[in-house]
Ligand binder design. Structure first.
Ligand code: EPS
Length: 387
């Protein structure tokens, strides 16, 4: 199973094609739209989110609410496109319009300069239009389908914001449904109420200074069976695949599982999870410091993964850069930006991690229809029970 996306932030639409979904999976546009709406929320977003109201159009692969096994094609329109039809015109334009909204001043922290040099583009708009985090819209739409698939097997996905700037939440160990309910009501998707107020204040303070804030988000996937992924080959290790997916989210710079980087400071006896067995529950771990993954495979415990998002690099508080035409030093100016997109990034991360787990699930129980996958899954569960 794989997918590709296309589309620019101020172009007409974002598009995704998913290949390899089994047939007979129930997919409703409203479930995808629910995820898209979650991504648009969050305290600290800028004016663009007031223009957009992201809604999916399913334009292939689904009939009467079910997949047919054919590639699924998804489209989300950019409402802002109406303001950019000339600048982003697909057809050639007359010369005087060509330079309109041309970008010659690369912003530090963005793809602008590297992309301009690499693709030999003198208008850096040709880089920033595609590197923009707007692209995550359609990745969330793809992830919504992965979630629908996982839900068929009782696998649940949740997320919580752990840090915004210097404010760290006290991690709440709540039942997953409770965690989903509480974070959904929070403007910063955090379960710790004290931290919530401090995070909102930190975003206000950064905004007043023309600055931006990053943070840490955590995703929890509960109900995945033991044995997704594999130890036998580097590119089949599920933690490796999840790490790649998380760091591929715009502005993400790091990833950790379970106790993560803290493991470096602890002795082994305080890192590894002891193994238990009982008649009714089978094998279990006493703790879940590994974050549900050992040897590149799921242990059957919840998958717990955190991603680090750097502060958004489009700053009102200008940083120094160099104009690509004149080679003169300047301090960058911008028109609009988000102050903090960490809550939205949490939703994006939930959806990209869900995709990786769904893909590993399909790798293991592969079949062309949901019925075939279910048979394979049930037979595997019986084998694990007998072990
Ligand atoms: C983004 C810049 C802003 C964000 C955008 C990502 O857009 P604009 O330049 O149009 O103001 O709002 O995020 C989205 C549009 C979105 O849907 O999340 C960037 O440069 O990455």
């Amino acid at each position: 199973m794989r997918y590709l996306t296309a589309g620019e932030t101020h172009g007409p639409q974002l598009t995704a094609i998913i290949e390899g979904l089994p047939s007979n999976l129930n997919v409703l546009a409203e479930d995808i739209n629910f995820q898209l709406a979650r991504r648009q929320k969050g305290y600290g977003r800028g004016l663009r989110m007031q223009i957009e109201k992201d809604t999916v159009q399913i334009v292939g692969g689904i009939r009467h609410g079910k997949t047919t096994g054919a590639p699924v094609a998804l489209v989300v329109e950019n409402r802002d496109w109406t303001h950019w039809t000339k600048v982003m015109s697909i057809e050639p334009v007359e010369e005087e319009s060509e330079g309109k909204r041309r970008v010659s001043r690369p912003r530090p922290g963005h793809a602008d300069l590297n992309g301009g040099l690499k693709y030999n583009q003198r208008d850096l708009r040709n880089i920033l239009e595609r590197s923009s985090a707007r692209e995550t819209t359609v990745r969330v739409a793809v992830g919504a389908i992965a979630r629908a698939f996982l839900a068929e097997f009782g696998i649940k996905v949740a997320g919580q914001v752990i840090r915004i700037g210097d404010v760290e939440a006290v991690r709440q160990d709540l039942p997953i449904d409770e965690l989903i309910r509480i974070t959904e009501e929070s403007p910063v998707r955090v379960a710790d109420k004290d931290a919530e107020a401090k995070m909102v204040a930190a975003i206000d303070a950064a905004k007043a200074d023309g600055d931006t804030l990053g943070g840490v988000v955590e995703v929890i996937i509960e109900g995945a069976p033991v044995g997704l992924g594999s130890h036998v080959q580097w590119d089949r290790k599920l933690d490796g695949r999840i790490a790649q997916a998380v760091v591929s989210i715009q502005a993400f710079k790091g990833v950790e599982f379970g106790i993560g980087f803290e493991a470096a400071q602890r002795r082994g006896s305080h890192v590894h999870d002891e193994i238990l067995h009982s008649e009714d529950k089978g094998f279990e771990r006493r703790t879940n410091r590994a974050g549900g993954l050992e040897g590149g495979m799921t242990t059957g415990e919840p998958i717990v993964v955190r991603g680090v998002m750097k502060p958004i690099s489009t700053l009102y508080k200008a940083l120094q850069s160099v104009d690509i035409d004149t080679k003169e030093v300047f301090t960058a100016q911008i028109e609009r930006s988000d102050t903090c997109a960490v809550p939205a990034a949490g939703v994006i991360m939930e959806n990209v991690v869900a995709w990786e787990v769904a893909q590993a699930f399909l790798d293991k129980f592969g079949g062309d229809s949901m019925e075939e996958i279910r048979r394979n899954y049930d037979s595997y569960l019986a084998q694990v029970k007998e072990y």
